[in-house]
Design a binder for this molecule. Structure first.
Ligand code: GLC
Ligand code: CA
Length: 612
């Protein structure tokens, strides 16, 4: 029998715990300045405990000019003043621990803010001792003598990855905003400074580990070659082939473990974009060669994104979604690696809107259907704030000009409109069409969808997020009177109650849900998603009590027929949970109707069966 990941290290908190991501700016404002803060998080720790959360991940709350919502850090050892102080963070760490919860911070060490003291020194002169802590290069020159950046790489936030520094007459590299220069990991001294300042400082305060930002971008290919031209309309090209998963990446992570993480027994979950090959991902998450505890592989959240530009929405079909889930469920089977289950975070549109339906008549069932799917998947489960109440994307009439805030979407929009005006000069209609398409793509995929204030109650126009009369730093979702925590807490059939129930169920059947093997049925069906979780490896029957679970999900707004997998594979299974209130009654009728294992699912209906 093949070894399952399960049998190797059961009982590990970071595998079995349910993790919850907090985006500090938008979680809870305690002092009426319109911005979330650490005291606000503290006031909700009991809410998280009650939900069933075991691990709290706090997005960056460090000192920062906030060009990219705190992912631009100017001092790792200090807290963004409007959020609170290092002492407040200590109180939060202690409050989590007092309730038996763990806490992870964000580790953003691919780059710093340009306001970080290290960069200020680095840019002060070419012979400054910290010059080499960042990546500086001389210009190239075109045939006509004009100055060109060292490569044609496109930054994540549009435009070049290179910024010209007048003072020292060189370019520096920034994969993100120009205010976020990339650190030079080739330099040993820089790495040691990162370990001390960004890691040991917080590990000594008791944090249990890190979500590691851009974890595969530290090692750049040192040839600094131009990226292939995919988008002929502009100079800058997608270039992750040159800077992601570079030659020393695995070496750096091994060093980080032996130098720091192992000393604290700290856990890591790495952000791992641009890595589609399971064999490669396994190199990062295999327990034998310790690099990362687990990663967020990007395939699931990349669904619908454009290949040449992120906010050029491409339609997708359910078989692709199912294959994606199956791939990242199964890649650890028979290995010593570990996986994660997630479909939201602060960089993504809301899952109900992206993967299901946010229409008023479907959104609650959609949220519960996705909860049913996620809570039964293998790996560490991550929930993003607001997902537990089924928060949805911002309304279509919000505008880039007034309502959107995110540097990535706003820059993308302006760059795309500018390119359209240049390429389609005079053709107003074509320009308008292109503009509408980009707006629509941002409405589906934009990061701001996840960043609207948490909807706590209907006590004021800010959904109880802030008391500030003029509201929060970002507009509150118009539907807060219908979608909020207080309302759902009082309703036994709410999305929130459903999630609580699912999390309890998940934890009471760990072998099946957290460690089980995943089997996909009917992969080509474009309407329904049917999978089984079993405690036995693929190919072996799972017919004993509690050995199999079957999940059937209707991903359409029409009635669909599904077939439960045969009894010789999953045994005698009984309905356990459904997102329709009358699921039990419906199941009884169907069971007695001589249709065998055929079931009829209503729009966005999901059911979970378990072997008895
Ligand atoms: C990661 C973060 C994202 C940020 C970027 C730069 O992708 O999740 O929010 O913009 O890194 O740090
Ligand atoms: Ca505040």
């Amino acid at each position: 029998m093949a070894t399952s990941a399960a049998s190797l290290s059961k009982g590990t908190w970071w595998k079995e715990g349910v993790a919850y991501q907090i985006y500090p700016a938008s979680f809870k404002d305690s002092n009426g300045d319109g911005l979330g803060d650490i005291a606000g998080i503290l006031s909700k720790v009991d809410y998280l405990k009650d939900l069933g959360v075991d691990i709290v991940w706090v997005s960056p709350m460090f000192e920062s000019p906030q060009i990219d919502m705190g992912y631009d850090i100017s001092n790792y050892e200090s807290v963004h003043a409007p959020y609170g102080t290092v002492e407040d963070m200590q109180a939060l760490i202690d409050a989590c621990h007092a309730r038996g919860m763990k806490i992870l911070l964000d580790l953003v060490i691919n780059h710093t803010s340009s306001e970080h003291a290290w960069f200020k020194e680095s840019r002060s002169s070419r012979d400054n001792p910290k010059r080499n802590w960042y990546i500086w290069k001389p210009p190239r020159y075109a045939e006509d003598g004009s100055r060109l950046p060292p490569t044609n790489w496109r930054s994540y936030f549009s435009g070049s990855t290179w910024e010209w520094d007048e003072h020292t007459q060189e370019y520096y590299l920034h994969l993100f905003a120009k205010e976020m220069p990339d650190l030079n990991w080739e330099n040993e001294e820089t790495r040691q400074a990162i370990y001390n300042s960004a890691m040991r400082f917080w590990l000594d305060k008791g944090v249990d580990g890190f979500r590691v930002d851009c974890v595969n971008m530290y090692s750049k290919r040192l040839g600094f070659l131009d990226a292939p031209i995919l988008d002929a309309a502009v100079f800058e090209q997608p270039a992750w082939c040159e800077y992601a998963n570079g030659p020393r990446m695995h070496e750096f992570l091994r060093e980080m473990n032996s130098a720091v993480l192992n000393q604290y027994d700290a856990v890591t979950v790495g952000e791992l974009p641009h890595t589609p090959d399971p064999k490669h991902v396994l190199r990062y998450v295999g327990a034998g060669d310790k690099q990362l505890s687990m990663v967020f592989q990007f395939d699931i959240v990349d669904i619908g994104q454009g290949t040449v530009g992120k906010y050029r929405f491409e339609d997708w079909k359910l078989p692709f979604f199912k294959a994606t889930v199956a791939k990242w469920q199964q890649f650890i089977e028979g290995t010593d690696g570990w996986t994660t289950a997630f479909c939201e975070n602060h960089d993504q549109g809301r899952s109900v809107s992206r993967f299901a339906s946010d229409l008023p008549e479907h959104r609650e069932n959609s949220a519960k259907l996705l909860s049913l799917m996620l809570a039964t998947l293998t790996g560490t489960l991550y929930i993003y704030q607001g997902q537990e109440i089924g928060m949805i994307n911002v309304p279509t009439d919000w505008t880039i000009e007034k309502d959107y805030q995110d540097i990535e979407s706003v820059n993308f929009y302006h760059a795309a409109v500018k390119a359209a005006r240049e390429a389609m000069a005079g053709d107003q209609q074509a320009i308008q069409k292109e503009t509408d398409y980009i707006r629509r793509s941002i409405q589906i995929l934009g990061r701001d969808n996840a960043r609207t204030p948490m909807q706590w109650d209907a006590s004021n126009k800010s959904a109880g997020f802030t008391d500030r009369p003029e509201g929060g730093w970002m507009r509150t979702h118009d539907l807060y009177p219908e979608i909020n925590v207080a309302k759902q807490q009082s309703e036994p059939d709410s999305v929130l109650s459903f999630w609580k129930n699912m999390l309890r169920l998940r934890k009471s059947h760990k072998d099946l849900f957290i460690y089980g093997n995943f089997r996909l049925y009917d992969p080509d069906n474009e309407s329904t998603f049917v999978f089984a979780k079993t405690t036995t490896p693929a190919g072996e029957a799972a017919t004993g009590a509690g050995q199999a679970a079957v999940v059937v999900l209707n991903f359409t707004d029409k009635v669909q027929v599904v077939h439960l997998p045969p009894a010789d594979e999953v045994g005698d299974i009984q309905l356990q949970v459904g997102n329709y209130l009358d699921a039990t009654a419906a199941e009884k009728t169907e069971q007695s109707s001589a249709l065998g294992r055929q079931r009829t699912l209503r729009p966005w209906e999901g059911r979970l069966y378990m072997s008895s």
